[in-house]
Design a protein around this ligand. Sequence first.
Ligand code: ATP
Ligand code: MG
Length: 256
Amino acid sequence: MGRILAIVSQKGGVGKTTTAVNLGAAFARRGLKTLIVDVDPQGSVRYGSGLKKGHKTYGFADYLNGTRPLRDVILPTSLPWLRVMLVGSVSEDADHTDYTNAIGEGDLLSKMLATAAERCDIVVVDTPPGLGAITRSALASSDRVLVPLQAEPLVLQTTPQIFRANQDVVSKHKKLTFDGILLTMYEAGNTACERTVKYVRANVPANLVFDITIPRSSAVSDAFAAGQPVVVRTPGDPAAQAYVNLATRLAERFAE
Ligand SMILES: Nc1ncnc2c1ncn2[C@@H]1O[C@H](COP(=O)(O)OP(=O)(O)OP(=O)(O)O)[C@@H](O)[C@H]1O
Ligand SMILES: [Mg+2]
């Protein structure tokens, strides 16, 4: 059985999708059969995961509403061991209520993730910001959770709150292991950023924060704009290397 790793955070724009696509690509590069699943109606995975040109745009929402079979919504990428399930047509809709309700009320998400875990080594789930119905359903079916936290001064006020909410969620799901907080978009030399990271490390137990930090790098957003994970497009970039190191760390843990 493969592992299901959910990427979750209450705050938006902290690097969840970037982390999901780059970890997914880094796992695949290690030869692990990997599936990235996007359940976020924003549908951002579509743009940065290295899908083949002219790929289909349907995805999980279309499986959920019965218009597509599962095999149709699993798409190939530029990496042989990496497949992607987009969120699908719901990303074109202004109203996501039906999609959200269908996830909350049914068990298709958990069944789909369980099937995926039978066939893959790792399933990485990218979730919408917040701990709403979609994220909670994803967590209920996951084995592991990783929480990106942007290294910025606002964190000083919100870390205790974020930490409590995480503990709350993890304690509700017996099989869920909290892998840790991942500090993202770190700028060395930026005093506010450095102070933030120091504060988080001083206030959160060391086993709950990765010592690997993801640096801010223009190569990350450039890669995304070019439709690729940075670990594929610019492997020598420090942020790419940090994601590769993180994937190594997690793969070792998952093998234990
Ligand atoms: N290490 C990094 N260096 C530079 N830019 C980054 C880095 N990580 C993420 N970004 C940029 O920050 C923005 C937000 O990242 P991302 O989309 O991954 O966040 P998110 O948590 O998934 O957002 P949302 O909550 O909207 O889903 C994007 O423009 C992304 O390219
Ligand atoms: Mg996102």
